[in-house]
Design a protein around this ligand. Sequence first.
Ligand code: TSX
Ligand code: MN
Length: 547
Amino acid sequence: MLRNGDSLTLNEKTYPNCYLHRSSPNDVARTEHLTFICSPEKEDAGPTNNWMDPEGAKHKVGALLDGAMRGRTMYVIPYIMGPASSPISQMGVEITDSPYVAASMRIMSRMGKIAMDRLGSSSEFVPGLHSVGDLDPLRRYIVHFPQEKLIWSVGSGYGGNALLGKKCFALRIASVMAREQGWMAEHMLILGLESPGGKVTYMAAAFPSSCGKTNLAMMVSALENQGYRVWTVGDDISWMKIGEDGYLHAINPEAGFFGVAPGTGLKTNPNVMSAITRNTLFTNVALTADRQPWWEGFNDAPPPEMINWKGERWDSSKGPAAHPNARYTVPAKQSPSISPKWEAPEGVPISAFIFGGRRARVAPLVYESFDWKHGVFLGATMASETTAAATGDIGVTRRDPMAMLPFCGYNMADYFQHWLEMGKRIPHPPKIFHVNWFRRGADGKFLWPGYGENVRVLKWILERIEGRGEAQETRIGYVPARNGLTLDGLSISTEALGKLFEVNPEDWQGELEDTQQFFAKFGDRLPQELRDEHRRLAHRLETAVSA
Ligand code: TSX
Ligand code: MN
C-alpha cells in the first residue's frame, strides 16, 4: 500500500505506526441500496431490506467475482469476533484481495494465529468472500445468505462494505443466528458506570448514526469528583446471552473502533483523541504540512497548509479538507477509558438498555418504560432527525427501530417478536430507557449541555436500577422526579428543565399517527403486543387531552 501510494506513513514522532489511506472518491461510505438479504422467501427479508433470491444473487454476484482476483494478491483472514476465549464469540474467515481490508481486520478483530488456534479442525465459521472488483458502484453488491450464513461482497473497498466481520457478520448474519439460538446481536455500545463505592453497573445503548454513540461510550464524566466514572466495553455492537446468574451478559465482538473522524476533538471525545496517536489507520482524512492527520472539528482552526482527503492542496474554497465520513481504525485497548472487563469471556451483566434519537422536539431528556413490552415499543418506534447535508436530508424524522434498520438480517417484524420472546426468558431483564440529548428550546438552542454532563442521566438510570431513584409517572413513561436528577455544578434554568421533560399531548398525537404508519409496513406480521402498546399509549394520551 505504501509502495503504490494508496497509503502514506504519518509523522513518526507524533503519530508512531500510523498510516493514511485514501479510498476511491466513489467509494467512501456503506451503500445500503446495494446491500441485499438473500433469504429463500422475500417475506423473510421483510419490508425494510433489499432482497434478491439466493440463486439469482449467486449467479449475478458470482459473475462479477469470477476472475476478479486474477493478478492480485489474495489474503485469507481467519478471525474471531469477540474475546479469544469467550463462549459468546464466533469465528469468521474472510477472503479478500484488499490489503487495506487485511490491515483493518487486524485491528478490528482477533485475527491470525489466535483464530486458527480457536478454530482447530472445526468448520464452524462464517465464510466471507470479498473483492474490490473495479470499484464501480454499478457493479457493487453486498449480499448476505442468512440460511447458509454466508457473505459475498464485490465492488467496494470501504469499511462496512468490505470488513465483513463488522456490519455484515456481527449484525446481519449474527442477528439471524441469535434468533435461531435464543440470544441477541444488537447495534449497541456497552459501557460501565462506576459509582462511589467502586461498583460498576453495565448498560447497553442503541442510537442511530450521528447521535454520538462513540462519544457516549468513551465519555469523561462530569461527576468524576463525586466518584462516577464511565468505562468503555464497546462502541458499536453487542452480542448478549442469558448467563447462569439470570442476567443478560454482553461481549463486544470487535477489537477496535472504526469511528467517524470529523467532529471528533478534545472537547467531544478526549479519550479517543488520545487513543488515535499511535497504531492507527486513518481513512480519507486531511494531511497537515508536518504529516499529521486533520479533520473538521479536530481543533478550532485549520492549519495553514494542508492536503485534502483526495490528495490535493487544500484551501477553504474547496469544501471540507477531510471527507465527512473520514475514519480512524484504532485498537480498543488504546482508549484510556477501556474497561478492565472488556475482554471478560463471560461478558458483562447488562442492567439497562438505553434507546435514543436526535429529536429537536417531542422526546424528553430521559424516560423509563413501564415494563419490558413497553420498552420494546420504545425501541421499535425510535426515530432520529437526519443531519446528512450531502444528501440534502436535514431535519427529516426517520424511524430506525433499535438502530437496526440497515442491519437486521431478517424480517424486522420477526425481530420485534424475538425481543418480546427474550423478555419472557431473561430472569433479570435490563430496565429499558429512552434518552434525547438534542431537544431544543423556542430559540432553537440545545436545552441540555450533553457530553460529559450526560453522566447525570446515567446516574439517575443507575438509581432506578437500584430502586432508589425518584420518578414521576407521565403518559409516556417515568421521568425523574423534581430533584431526581443530580444538577449540582450545572447552571440550567428551571424553565429549560421544564422544557426538557415536557410531554406535549399534541406532539405525541402526531407521534402516534406516524408510528401507526410505520407499523403498517409490516402488515399482519407485526406482533400483537406492539399493536396493544400503541393502543395503550393512544388511550393514555386521550385521557390527557380530555383532562
Ligand atoms: O456526541 C454527542 N453527545 C454525546 C456525548 C457523550 N454530541 C455530538 C453529536 C454528533 C456526533 C452531542 N451534541 C451531544 C451529546 O450529548 N449533545 C449535542 C448538542 C450540543 C452541541 C453543542 C453544545 C451543547 C449541546 N454546546 C454548548 O452547550 C456550549
Ligand atoms: Mn454503527
